[in-house]
Design a protein around this ligand. Structure first.
Ligand code: IMP
Length: 428
């Protein structure tokens, strides 16, 4: 049994796509276990740069089997577009396996996501408006539509009619939106079904038998720890379990199959959407991080909020995911600074917290306690070996790992595969 989970240790956008792409050749399977096309991975592969939202990053390696497991939600139009884009770039998707239990994002989920955000007004979540929340709501309400329903047109039509009955009532009465026509939806989706049903598999059975046969599986988390529905900064979270536990329920493998858990964190920190952000920088330094780090969302193009690295968060991520390894990305971006701050604790109502406070109202009042370290003020994007990093950069990394309590085994200094420093990472 050789499972490895890769998770975001912050609020998503940590650079997981590059790291998955980097280590994917060591694995037989790369599996998405939660979320949908709210995620966005920019993968730079040779001369080709692709933005993937749904298909696992491992798709680019012919020997790797990509899997979209039961914990994910799928927008069929996005899936087909991504399959076509990959084909046009010369990457076959024939090996792709999709769980029959994964839920489909239907047009009313997208409409409900947008309408509920508008209704929230100033307290909006800042969702990606891709229909993620309402699809998981309907899953929990046992009113959702799954990939396997596409295999039986009559069942599919009945489920669409049942689900739309309540969705249309809410859309028209509560949000004053136009109702959605069941017949049009069925015609469109059953047409798409002809292209997507060949990918449907019992992925839990597949992964368990392959793990038992000694195959290596990488579970690729989307979003990040603080966007987890249970362990994140609720209600400003996504609607799935992004943490390592999600890899278990989201695929149907047992916990003992997972041997390594790699957390990915930026050398600083970013967040998109609303919600508390203790180390946020509303100044020139934050603006420079946006500019140098190219901090705009892959999925929505929104500017990301930037701040100092927050070790309270990384320590929390280490705890709730059981991290065995840490990867620090975008270290090169901090090369413009003569001094770098790290948040080591929060002060809230005169009390010091070194792990995330359990209550949202406490977190909203958190004042970061900073430690300051000298910057390296040089371009490190061509450095290949840890020893060749400036001493200030090494000291910074070593302090981050000490504060997180997890060894930093991978350091990324640029978007290319080659711009990576391996510092003890070993795929199983
Ligand atoms: P949803 O996932 O579209 O429902 O959005 C809920 C929250 O998660 C919002 O704050 C989004 O900005 C955030 N979010 C969702 N996906 C990502 C991601 O891949 N990276 C960063 N933030 C995300």
């Amino acid at each position: 049994m050789a499972g490895t989970v890769l998770v975001g240790a912050q609020w998503g956008d940590e650079g997981k796509g590059k790291i998955t792409d980097l280590i994917a050749p060591d694995f037989d399977y790369v599996v998405r276990y939660q979320g949908g096309n709210n995620a966005g991975h920019t993968v730079v592969h040779g001369d080709i740069t692709l933005a993937l939202h749904l298909v696992p990053s491992g798709i680019m390696y012919p020997q790797v089997i990509p899997v979209i497991a039961n914990g994910c939600v799928l927008d069929l139009k996005v899936l087909l577009k991504e399959i076509d884009t990959l084909a046009a770039a010369g990457f076959s998707t024939d090996r792709l396996q999709i769980s029959g239990n994964a839920h489909i994002i239907m047009p009313w989920h997208i409409a409900l996501d947008g309408a509920s955000e508008i209704q929230r007004g100033a307290s909006e979540i800042g969702t990606t408006r891709r229909g993620i929340g309402p699809t998981y709501e309907h899953k929990a309400a046992r009113n959702g539509i799954r990939m396997q329903d596409l295999l039986d047109p009559n069942l599919f039509r009945a489920k669409v009619a049942a689900s739309l009955e309540t969705a249309n009532a809410i859309l028209t009465n509560l949000y004053e939106e136009e109702p959605i026509d069941a017949d049009m939806v069925c015609a469109e989706y059953l047409e798409m079904a002809t292209r997507v049903t060949p990918y449907i598999t019992d992925t839990a059975l597949l992964l368990n038998s392959e793990l038992a046969a000694g195959r290596k599986v990488l579970f690729e988390g989307a979003q990040g720890t603080l966007l987890d529905i249970d362990h994140g900064t609720y209600p400003y979270v996504t609607s799935s379990n992004c943490t390592a536990g999600g890899a278990i329920t989201g695929t149907g493998v047992g916990p003992m199959a997972v041997k390594k858990i790699l957390g990915v964190a930026k050398a600083y920190i970013t967040r998109v959407g609303s919600g508390p952000f203790p180390t946020e920088l509303d100044d020139d330094i934050g603006a420079k991080m946006v500019e140098i780090g190219g901090e705009f969302g892959t999925t929505t193009g929104r500017m990301r909020r930037c701040g100092w690295h927050d070790s309270v968060i990384t320590r929390y991520a280490a705890m709730v995911n059981g991290l065995t390894d840490l990867c620090i990305t975008k270290l090169d971006v901090l090369g413009f600074l003569d001094k770098i701050k790290i948040c080591v604790a929060y002060e809230i109502d005169g009390q010091s917290y070194t792990t995330l406070p359990g209550s949202q109202s406490l977190l909203e009042r958190a004042v970061p306690v900073y430690e300051e370290m000298p910057g390296w003020e040089t371009d490190i994007s061509a450095v290949k070996r840890y020893e060749d990093l400036p001493i200030e950069a090494r000291n910074y990394l070593e302090r981050l790992e000490e504060l997180a309590g997890v060894p930093v085994t991978i350091v990324s200094v640029g978007p290319e595969r080659g711009q990576t420093i391996m510092r003890g990472w070993q795929s199983l």
